[in-house]
Design a binder for this molecule. Sequence first.
Ligand SMILES: C[S@@+](CC[C@H](N)C(=O)[O-])C[C@H]1O[C@@H](n2cnc3c(N)ncnc32)[C@H](O)[C@@H]1O
Length: 204
Amino acid sequence: MKAINLFNHWVDLGKDEGMEVNHTPSVNHMLHLIPSNILDSQFSFLDIGCGNGWVVKKMSSFKNCIRSVGVDGAEKMIKKAILKDEKSEYLVLDINEIKHYHEDFDIIFSMEVFYYLKNPKKTIQYVFNNLLNKDGFFIMGIDHYLENKQSLIWPQDLRVHMHTYSISQWEGIMKAVGFTNVSSFQFGKNKDWAGTLILSGKKL
Ligand SMILES: C[S@@+](CC[C@H](N)C(=O)[O-])C[C@H]1O[C@@H](n2cnc3c(N)ncnc32)[C@H](O)[C@@H]1O
């Protein structure tokens, strides 16, 4: 099944709200990692695979946020986002076709999306080259990766293709596309759960 179809169905089941609850601790941690020099002046924000838009809405309430945008391929997610948030901008977009998207942002964020994509490296390269401003910050979180053993059954359970990369493979992609200050951190790690893998980098 295509990930976008799965997540359209999840809106019918109200599961987008479950993701909001489950992802909040990791996302709050990610938002705290955004450098203060970016947040202290006017900034623009993009959420890639924004689901029902809850992070986009949250960022739009920051005092220096001049533009907050969410893109997602699931039409029902975007419809729900627009209903809940009139202030921000939302767009239905298949991220595998992101080369047709031409905008620029100071902060680019993504939670639980990149391993679903056809070619994560190509997309991250496009983000770096074409969507992120100079001195901008990219941060993404993922729960499905090689070291998080509990997540390895998900492709089979959900019948959706996922890239199962190791932490060092994800770090390698970030460095190879040109990010500096690449950092990775496993948030919320315990004995059965390796945590949300948070990767971030700057564009100099
Ligand atoms: C696990 S959900 C996370 C949603 C949101 N980031 C959150 O934390 O609540 C993954 C999201 O990625 C979107 N997605 C997956 N593959 C996509 C693609 N190729 N193009 C656009 N969106 C995609 C899905 O529609 C879904 O909303």
